[in-house]
Design a protein around this ligand. Structure first.
Ligand code: NDP
Length: 284
C-alpha cells in the first residue's frame, strides 16, 4: 500500500494562522513583531527564500525588513549592520540568509547576532541551550519536522530514529530533538560505512544530505515514517528531495513530499520563533 502523504503545506497554513492570532494579540498591546532578513549577494535560490519569508511575515502581520547587500560587501559592514539591528527595539528577530559569500566568515557573523534575536537558532548560545535541554529558539527546519511528527501522532518514545546528515542547521539539532522526545537516535554522515544497514533500522527516518536519490525504497523499513528534507533541482528543472519518492512510498507508512513537505514548515516555524521573541518583550 502506498504511504500516506504528510502535507506540510496544510500544516504550515494552520501554524501560520495561529501565529497571525498571536500577532493580533501582541499588536493590541502595542507590540508589532519585527523580523529583519539580511541577504548578501545575488544567489537566486536565496533571493526566492528571502522573498517567501518576507511574504509569509506580512501575511501574518509581522513587520518584515529585508536588507540586501552587494556580494562584495566587506564583513565589517555586515557586522556593523547586525550591531544596529541588535540595538533596534522594533526588530525581534534577525536572520542572515546562508550561504554567505566566501570572503565572509559565517561563524563570526552568526556569533554577532544577539542570541535573544537569533530566530534561526544557529547562535552557539542557542545551540548550547538546545544541547542541554533548555531550548530558547529551535532551528526552524527540525522544529517544523517535530511539529509534523506531532501532528501525525508518530510515537517517538523508545522509537528507533535515524538522521542522515549531520549539519549544524538540520541534522544535529534534529537528532537532539528526537533524543529529547525519547527516541534512540543514530546520526549518519558521508563516512557511514553501510548506510542502508542504518536506515533499515529506522522507525522514523529523516534525510538531509542535499543529494537526490540518496535513500531508496530498499533502504527503508516497512511501515517507517520518512521525512525528506532535501531540496535538489534536477537538470530538467524538477524539484526533488533526497529520498527516491516512488520506491520509498511503496514501503513507508508515511512520507513528506518535495515540494510541499518540510519546506513550508520551515518558514512557518520562523514566524513562530519571531512571534515568541516579541512575546518575551511583554511584562511578566
Ligand atoms: P549540508 O551540506 O550542510 O550537510 C549535508 C550532510 O549530509 C553532511 O552531514 C554530510 O556528511 C551528509 N552526507 C553527504 N553525503 C552523504 C552520504 N553519502 N551518506 C550520508 N550522509 C551524507 O546540508 P544541509 O544540512 O544544510 O542541507 C541538507 C539538504 O536539506 C539540502 O538539500 C538543503 O537544500 C535542504 N534543506 C532544506 C530545508 C527545508 O526547509 N526544506 C532547510 C535546510 C536545508 P558529512 O558531515 O560527512 O559531510
Amino acid at each position: 500500500m502506498a504511504a500516506r502523504l504528510i502535507d506540510g503545506k496544510m500544516l504550515a497554513a494552520t501554524v501560520r494562522a495561529q501565529v497571525a492570532d498571536r500577532v493580533r494579540t501582541l499588536r493590541a498591546q502595542g507590540i508589532t513583531p519585527g523580523l529583519a532578513v539580511v541577504l548578501v549577494g545575488d544567489n537566486p535560490a536565496s533571493q526566492v527564500y528571502v522573498r517567501n519569508k518576507a511574504a509569509a511575515c506580512e501575511a501574518a502581520g509581522i513587520l518584515s525588513r529585508t536588507v540586501s547587500l552587494a556580494a562584495d560587501t566587506p564583513e565589517g559592514e555586515l557586522l556593523d549592520l547586525l550591531d544596529s539591528l541588535n540595538a533596534d527595539p522594533s526588530i525581534h528577530g534577525i536572520l542572515v540568509q546562508l550561504p554567505l559569500p566566501g570572503h565572509i566568515d559565517t561563524g563570526r557573523v552568526i556569533a554577532a547576532i544577539d542570541a535573544t534575536k537569533d530566530v534561526d537558532g544557529f547562535h552557539v548560545a542557542n545551540a548550547g541551550l538546545l544541547l542541554t535541554g533548555r531550548p530558547r529558539f529551535l532551528p526552524c527546519t527540525p522544529y517544523g519536522i517535530m511539529k509534523m511528527l506531532e501532528s501525525e501522532a508518530v510515537p517517538l518514545w523508545g522509537a528507533e530514529a535515524v538522521v542522515v546528515g549531520a549539519s549544524n542547521i538540520v541534522g544535529k539539532p534534529m537528532a537532539l530533538l528526537l533524543l529529547a522526545a525519547g527516541a534512540t537516535v543514530t546520526i549518519c554522515n558521508s563516512k557511514t560505512r553501510d548506510l542502508g544497514a542504518q536506515t533499515r533500522r529506522a522507525d522514523v527516518l529523516v534525510v538531509a544530505t542535499g543529494r537526490s536519490g540518496m535513500v531508496t525504497g530498499d533502504m527503508i523499513k516497512p511501515g517507517a515514517v520518512v521525512i525528506d528534507v532535501g531540496i535538489n533541482r534536477l537538470e530538467n528543472g524538477q524539484l526533488v528531495g533526497d529520498v527516491d519518492f516512488e520506491t520509498a512510498r511503496q514501503v513507508a507508512a508515511a512520507i513528506t513530499p518535495v515540494p510541499g513537505g518540510v519546506g513550508p514548515m520551515t518558514i512557518a516555524m520562523l514566524l513562530v520563533n519571531t512571534v515568541e521573541s516579541a512575546e518575551r518583550q511583554l511584562p511578566a
